[in-house]
Design a protein. Structure first.
Ligand code: SAM
Length: 229
């Protein structure tokens, strides 16, 4: 049990005290330095800061019919236009490796189309991914063992961002299933001010945007739900 880490700044209202509030992603302590140029064009990791956006708020859900009743959700505080960046997703950036000799492509089994929300890839016990069980872990980048820019030939590399222990308000975005007929937002891979690779939440391009007071809802993808059945 490590000591609780301090927040970067005063967290937004309704932030749970047990989770560290961070204004920018952090690298996991064992993140291999040869992977840094793949997520940061400058070659060093110094991501830009994201302040809590004034157009969103964290709210506890107290609607019995909501499948995440009693948990938190992310809500629009003002109207948010279509195709607008709602909030970048902060968390701990980590990596996992699967030897090409032991790799089993079970994406089809998991129904993992192009989802960013991670399902369960098969891994050897010595390559277990401690973030695999996290409900706050998103896939940022996958590099196949044969890719020319792979600094670890022979291994499939997976880079993810996990907001289980530390993050920002983006970690509270819920899935639309059981709440609305369709999502009003989506995860997109983007770049911060310094070109760093990051995960972001956007309003859908072809939509009316999100009305004040509405819950911001994405699709976690079939793979996410499939791996939890
Ligand atoms: C990324 S977190 C979302 C924030 C979470 N509600 C909280 O308060 O920390 C993912 C978790 O939210 C819950 N969740 C999100 N969307 C859901 C849905 N449509 N139906 C049921 N549970 C949902 C599940 O417990 C899931 O493991």
């Amino acid at each position: 049990m490590g000591s609780r880490q301090r927040h970067d700044v005063l967290p937004p209202p309704n932030w749970p005290e047990s989770i560290t509030y961070i204004q920018k992603p952090r690298l996991s302590t064992n993140f291999p330095s040869p992977l840094i140029p793949l997520i940061s064009p400058s070659g060093s990791f110094n991501p830009s800061i994201t302040k809590h956006p004034s157009h969103v708020q964290i709210r506890c859900i107290s609607q019995v019919s909501h499948p995440a009743n009693g948990q938190n959700g992310l809500f629009a505080k003002t109207k948010i236009k279509p195709n607008e960046l709602i909030i970048p997703y902060n968390g701990v950036i980590h990596s996992s490796f699967i030897s090409e000799n032991t790799y089993h492509d079970d994406q089809a089994k998991n129904g993992m189309d192009n989802d960013n929300v991670k399902g369960n890839d098969k891994q050897r016990p010595d390559e277990l991914d401690e973030h695999e069980e996290s409900d706050y872990d998103l896939s940022l980048l996958r590099i196949s063992s044969s890719q020319i820019n792979n600094p670890f030939p022979g291994y499939h590399v997976s880079i993810g961002i996990d907001a289980a222990q530390m993050g920002n308000a983006a970690r509270f975005v819920n899935d639309y299933r059981g709440v609305k007929n369709q999502p009003n937002a989506e995860f997109r891979i983007g770049n911060g001010e310094k070109g760093e690779l990051r995960m972001e939440i956007w309003t859908l391009k072809k939509s009316m945007g999100i009305s004040k007071g509405d819950e911001i809802l994405v699709s976690y993808g079939k793979g996410w739900w499939g791996s939890r059945k």
